[in-house]
Design a protein around this ligand. Sequence first.
Ligand code: NAD
Length: 381
Amino acid sequence: MPIIVSVPKETVPGEQRVALVPELVPRLTEAGLEVAVQSGAGELAGFFDDGYAAKGARLEAEVFDKADILLKVQPPTIVEISHMKEDSVLICFLQPYTNATAIRALAARQITAFSMELMPRITRAQPMDALSAMSTVAGYKAVLVAASRLPRFFPLLMTAAGTVTPARVFVIGAGVAGLQAIGTAKRLGAVVEAYDTRPAVKEQVESLGAKFAELGLAAKDAEDKSGYAKAQSEDFYQKQQEMMSKYVASADVVIPTALVPGQRAPILITEEMVRGMRPGSVILDLAAEQGGNCALTEPGREIVRHGVVIIGPMNLPSTIPFQASEMYARTVTNYLAHLLKDGRPYLDLEDELTRGPLVTHRGEVVHEIVKARLCSENSTP
Ligand code: NAD
């Protein structure tokens, strides 16, 4: 029997992406898989049923119960998990640190679940790095949203009606999303400054034509071996807030993107700092999904406090669904191709690329950090 790989329509409100695009169907059928796509799965992203069918996929009303391999964007709900086949394989963004109920349900149903967030940061894994792909989309869109809310131009304009000075943009955290935001803001003509705790970033910021904010702070062990930032002490964050105050106050737009994997985002902009900003300024908090870098951010909402617009978007990649789906689908199919041997999933648990994103397998939660989180939750009274 050939292995069936299925793609459902996403059900999380506001989610417009789809985990597979028609162009990639032949890649899977040529590997010996049958592809079943739920009717309408790609519609919101601009990929229609006839496009999938033309590339060799089967369109079905329901796909969960027959899938040997399920490709998704968002984690499945408990009801969806209850419809999945036992011993099937799931690849999606699983939100592994905050999604205990679903992870337990996946283990109980003997599902082999891979979390795209946990892809190791090694050269071999770059074509499978879904987080970086989505951060690129988010960083770009963040600037467009902020620019549209700002009551000013971004570029310098010299017109007969007068000279317009350029907007000032301050980006906090210059990882994948931050660097994309810097590049986009520069292309729109803003004057851009940026800061990151990882000193290696300074050169990348400058190569995009932005200025690196020298705060005179030395972060301890700024990054881990994967290139992610390490958490700093409360004392460090307090000093960082003090040193950043003048950059925040002089900016028209602040785009904080600072994340520490597996933890709540650090608070880097206090209410006092918001009070120091000019009315009409905009904070677009790209860390909102992890609680936000601004103390006033309300995840999922746009609010005005002390005259400053504070936006806490929850799923920016979904607002550019066509290319976000293409990019995500490429990373997922690259990962699936890695997991296949002779047209069937084959798990070499010695391989860190297979083991790294693996969360549940043979009825157990096998990812050490995720397991430790679940255990500590169990022991909390
Ligand atoms: P991220 O989304 O986890 O964090 C965003 C940024 O916030 C990071 O640059 C981090 O240093 C910064 N940050 C954390 N705390 C901060 C603070 N207090 N103040 C200011 N900034 C703070 O990170 P990311 O964008 O996913 O990636 C980080 C780095 O890893 C990048 O340099 C990227 O190039 C690298 N990377 C490597 C690979 C690979 O080798 N396969 C893949 C992806 C990314």
